[in-house]
Design a protein around this ligand. Structure first.
Ligand code: SAM
Ligand code: DTB
Ligand code: SF4
Length: 339
């Protein structure tokens, strides 16, 4: 078994992790996981698209880029009431974090003002907040921090050398600059990427090394499996081998021991057994709720049953319960009035 070592991670060292026998890799990942986390606890984070579609960027996997005919129409920013309703529903179902995504290249100051109001509404419900709004200009991360934001999500997506095959409208350095601004403002960083974009194993290793070598490495690392979107250049990509995906989760865990490794897009096409292998490999956070941004996610009820059957989060509830069709007791209006 490769001996455990700490950063800086060379691509070669990360590749050596990939090349270990699967059982050795999983054992190593579980060992690291148990040193730093409660192995029977998964963080539940719900996601809402607050501004859907019409994005000027050309990310070749994305349903929301205006460059591709994906059937997603551009919408306006959601109002506060709709956001509170979704957050209340997420909270009632057991989510502790609420993440809001906007299909922007970069927010304007006026758009940021509105998002800060939404963050404050979510915080008033006692939930952790996360937003993903595209690139941040100098000063914008500070404004979000002052507004009460906990996490900012901005993904590196892939390795530096493969990146230009995926996106041409913003550079890798642009992404690193936004991550630097997020950290300098005192926000927690959520940054990961997508596997299954047609990258090879060495490029996956370089992507993980890039994240793990950041100082500090991100507090939260979403690993998305490509959800192929008809109409995008990635629509017909061959699916990544399941075990290669599990290996990637394990390697994220080993190289970023204290991070929340988030099993993100792709869960609705994974079996319970595959998700369980991902949890064994060290994933300890999921997006929880019937929808991601524009694509489907497992239903609340299915996730509750899976968590219960694995004895995960048993301290939170003992019986899976019916999802709430409408927001419970204190509805959005009451929350709005109390703000
Ligand atoms: N517009 C913002 C941005 O790109 O920074 C925020 C939203 S964007 C949808 C957030 C992340 O979702 C992307 O960086 C990508 O990693 C992931 N994502 C988007 N479409 C996806 C897909 N079809 N399959 C898997 N992950 C996807
Ligand atoms: C992340 O890395 N994955 C989430 C979240 N950050 C914002 C988004 C997944 C989007 C999947 C495609 C869709 O639903 O449009
Ligand atoms: Fe726009 Fe974000 Fe989609 Fe890229 S990933 S097209 S920036 S919404």
């Amino acid at each position: 078994m490769t001996s455990l070592h700490t950063a800086p991670w060379s691509v070669k060292a990360v590749l050596a992790l990939y090349e270990q026998p699967f059982m050795d890799l999983l054992w190593q990942a579980q060992t690291v996981h148990r040193e730093h986390h409660d192995a029977n606890r998964i963080q539940l984070s719900s996601l809402l698209s607050i501004k859907t579609g019409g994005c000027p960027e050309d990310c070749s996997y994305c349903s929301q880029s205006s460059r591709y005919d994906t059937g997603i129409k551009a919408e306006k920013l959601l109002d506060k009431e709709a956001v509170i309703e979704a957050a209340l529903n997420a909270k009632a179902n057991g989510a502790t974090r609420f993440c809001m995504g906007a299909a922007w290249r970069s927010p304007s100051e006026a758009q940021l003002d509105k998002v800060i109001e939404l963050i404050q509404a979510v915080k008033s419900l006692g939930m952790e907040s996360c937003v993903t709004l595209g690139m941040l200009k100098p000063g914008q991360a500070e404004r979000l921090k002052e507004g009460g934001l906990d996490y900012y999500n901005h993904n590196l997506d892939t390795s530096e050398d493969y990146y230009s095959k995926i996106i041409t409208t913003r550079s890798y350095q642009d992404r690193l600059d936004t991550l630097d601004r997020v950290h300098a403002a005192g926000l927690n960083t959520c940054s990961g990427g997508i596997v299954g974009l047609g990258e090879d194993r060495e490029q996956r290793a370089a992507f993980i090394a890039q994240l793990a070598n950041r100082r500090p490495y991100p507090e939260s690392v979403p690993i998305n499996q490509l959800a192929p979107i008809p109409g995008t250049p990635m629509a017909d990509n061959a699916a990544l081998d399941d075990l290669e995906f599990v290996r990637t989760i394990a390697i994220a865990r080993i190289t970023m021991p204290t991070a929340a490794v988030r099993l993100s897009a792709g869960r609705s096409s994974m079996s319970d057994t595959m998700q369980t292998l991902c949890f064994m490999a060290g994933a300890n956070s999921i997006f929880y709720g019937d929808q991601l941004l524009t694509t489907e996610n497992p239903q609340f009820m299915a996730d509750k049953q899976l968590l219960q059957s694995l004895g995960l989060n048993s301290h939170c509830y003992t019986q899976p319960h019916e999802p709430h069709a409408v927001a419970p007791a204190a509805g959005p209006q009451a929350v709005l009035e109390a703000l």
